[in-house]
Design a protein around this ligand. Structure first.
Ligand SMILES: Cc1cc2nc3c(=O)[nH]c(=O)nc-3n(C[C@H](O)[C@H](O)[C@H](O)COP(=O)(O)O)c2cc1C
Length: 333
């Protein structure tokens, strides 16, 4: 069964790979992921704040900001609290490159155009085959319009695009108001891939202690649906290749992502929960399903939903929204 796919210009034997996560901090785990069949390795992100803290020193980074911001800066982890500092990150990248044959994708997270973006070049010098820009950002300021958030993100992407020649993917959140338009602008900047989506962590409230409780819950398959919708909307409408990230736990999840238009399928929660062997299980399950259903290739499965694609996905979405609401009937119980 031909499961091959092309993602960011890399011809891969199949679409499954670990998404950005701390799994890459341990070289043995990285080797186990490659042995399990990972088509590529995505490193976790190096954060803008980590780089600026390291460059200025933690206290100096706090002091240089105006007072209200200085308090906010003090919430960030101290440099020693990160698993890998900027230099260690580059060192780990070199070690991973030496240890595996598959493409290695390094990840940078940040939202402003500044010196920290030099790390894009350093990552490439350290051997990164591609970069994933994780533009995780929650717009919380009353004076900041959506357009400004988009502009800043595009400026970051444009700066990195100019700085490096390797393929770039941009990992988005689902909260852009006009995602298709934004994805088109990324296309125009020459971005090679779009990763749908990052996951915002969802803090809870401890009502007894009156405290905000940060929580890191792993995903389940229900989170895939949001990805399927946007993969299907963007598929065929952007030049960039598409990756699914979020809610892939089973072979059927991976298959749905591919049928919706994904060229790559990233897994994190499932691998953190079950270990690298989960990737083999999902790949084998995908192959088995395609064989049992007389498909000749993954590409054929990817094309199989094209009859459901329509030139006006907005109208289809709205019609389905109205139909589904109208279909609800109260239960008799
Ligand atoms: C512990 C943990 C660490 C993560 N670190 C990063 C990161 O550094 N950069 C990033 O872009 N995404 C990061 N993510 C998000 C994942 O790459 C992925 O987008 C998200 O978990 C959804 O996929 P899943 O449902 O397969 O877990 C992290 C997720 C987890 C659970």
């Amino acid at each position: 069964m031909d499961l091959s796919t092309t993602y960011l210009g890399f011809k891969l034997p199949h679409p499954l790979m670990p998404g950005a996560s701390p799994l890459v901090d341990d070289l043995d785990t990285v080797r186990r992921l490659e042995d399990a069949g990972a088509a590529a390795i995505v490193m976790h992100s190096l954060f803008e704040e980590q780089i600026t803290h390291e460059a200025l020193g933690h206290q100096a980074a706090i002091d240089m900001h105006e007072e209200s911001f200085a308090e906010a800066m003090s919430y960030f982890p101290r440099p020693e609290e990160y698993r890998l500092g900027p230099d260690q990150y580059l060192e780990q990248l070199r070690k991973i490159k030496a240890a595996v044959k598959v493409p290695v994708i390094a990840s940078l997270n940040g939202t402003s155009v500044a010196g920290w973006l030099d790390y894009a070049k350093l990552m490439v010098e350290a051997g990164a085959d591609a970069l994933e820009l994780n533009v995780y950002y929650l717009a919380t300021q009353p004076w900041e319009a959506g357009e400004a958030v988009e502009r800043r993100t595009l400026d970051v992407v444009a700066t990195v695009r100019k700085a490096v020649k390797v393929p770039i993917a941009v990992k988005l959140s689902p909260y852009f108001s006009a995602l298709t338009h934004f994805a088109h602008q990324l296309d125009e900047l020459g971005v090679n891939g779009v990763v749908l989506f990052n996951r915002f962590y969802q803090p809870d409230i401890d009502v007894e202690e009156l405290e905000v409780v940060p929580s890191l819950a792993l995903s389940d398959s229900s989170e895939l649906l949001l990805r399927l919708r946007w993969l299907a909307i963007l598929s065929g409408h952007v030049k960039a290749s598409l990756a699914a990230s979020g809610g892939v736990h089973t072979a059927l999840d991976a298959l749905k992502a591919v049928m919706a238009g994904a060229h790559a399928v990233q897994m994190v929660s499932a691998l953190l929960h079950d270990g690298p062997a989960k990737l083999t299980e999902v790949r084998d399950g995908l192959q088995r399903w395609l064989e049992e259903h007389d498909y000749e290739s993954l590409g054929q499965a990817q094309a199989s939903m094209s009859h459901q694609r329509c030139p006006n996905p907005g109208a289809l979405e709205r019609a389905n929204y109205m139909k589904i609401l109208a279909s609800w009937r109260p239960s008799r119980a």
